[in-house]
Design a protein around this ligand. Structure first.
Ligand code: SF4
Length: 287
């Protein structure tokens, strides 16, 4: 492990290079009271979407460069060994957060766009076994869900479920036009629904939603209603959702729209959460 790893991590350090590794970065979460081992496959900052709140600096359109699987294996296994059997937690992590919570595929772009996605999931399984990662530790895929129709992605996601897996599936707006504005993506809601259904069929799935004001305005009544209708219809049609992770604007956007975005008051998030809960879904709010 490099010199960069010797300084103590903080709950605000979400840098992808905080461990001095290419693919692996630790994040300390005060809310979750533990450490997440992040895997960043998109080391070139390339994503197939461009969300206006995205925190990736120098984001470009595209997919990751070929993954060096040997390096990823070395880094992941070495890091997990440090966390589980070494002194990483005691020397690097503040008291109160000294436990491993999850391993998360969450990088500087869409992880499922890596050609090696399926192999990466297998590699995580091997590393979990070799490092004797406790079963309670989750393996989380944070995704915009747009490539969930691909056979290799579905295969990977099915395998993910065996690793105490969870999918956090990004749905920020539930109209085609809303997705275009917020995520700069041309995808229809019927397609989103198909992808969400495929994800939930293969692996426990949460919807992940970021709510904020754009030019001083939060999502209007039409957008809010469309979202609630979408969730209601998913539930009616038997899509087995675990719940909704509702986020505010916690960190700074690195996109050109950054100055137009402001957080919503926590009460606004809570009020929207209540409407979702009324549909029968669990909602976790992070203002
Ligand atoms: S999907 Fe994620 S990485 Fe891609 S632009 Fe949106 S927030 Fe950024």
């Amino acid at each position: 492990m490099s010199e960069a790893v010797r300084s103590r991590l903080t709950v605000t350090d979400h840098s992808r290079t905080s461990a001095g590794l290419l693919y692996i970065y630790p994040v300390v979460s005060r809310r979750a009271g533990g450490v997440s081992v992040g895997i960043n496959l998109n080391t070139n900052n390339a994503c197939n979407w461009r969300c206006i709140y995205c925190q990736v600096p120098d984001l470009v359109k595209g997919a990751p460069a070929p993954i060096d699987m040997d390096q990823l294996r070395r880094e992941l296994l070495g890091f997990l060994e440090e966390v589980i059997h070494g002194d990483f937690l005691t020397t690097r992590v503040p008291a109160g957060a000294r436990r491993l919570n999850d391993i998360a595929l969450s990088g500087n772009g869409e992880p499922t766009s890596a050609k090696e996605f399926g192999e990466v999931i297998n590699l995580i399984g091997e590393a979990r076994d070799l490092a004797k990662v406790p079963e309670r530790v989750k393996t989380v895929l944070i995704t915009n869900g747009s490539l969930m129709h691909r056979v290799n992605v579905q295969r990977g996601v099915k395998q993910l479920a065996r690793l105490n897996g969870e999918i956090w599936f990004k749905i920020d707006r539930a109209t085609d036009s809303g997705i275009r504005v917020i995520n700069n993506a041309r995808v229809s809601m019927s397609r989103v629904r198909e992808h969400l259904a495929a994800a939930a069929r293969l692996c426990p799935t949460w919807i992940q939603t970021c709510l904020f004001a754009l030019d001083g305005q939060g999502p209007d009544d039409r957008e809010r209603q469309a979202y609630l209708d979408f969730v209601r219809e998913c539930l009616r049609d038997g899509i087995a959702l675990r719940g909704v992770l509702l986020y505010g604007l916690a960190r700074q956007s690195f996109q050109p729209e950054a100055s137009r975005l402001t957080p919503l008051p926590p009460e606004a998030l809570e009020s929207f959460a209540q409407h979702i809960r009324a549909l029968g879904l669990d909602v976790k709010v992070t203002p």
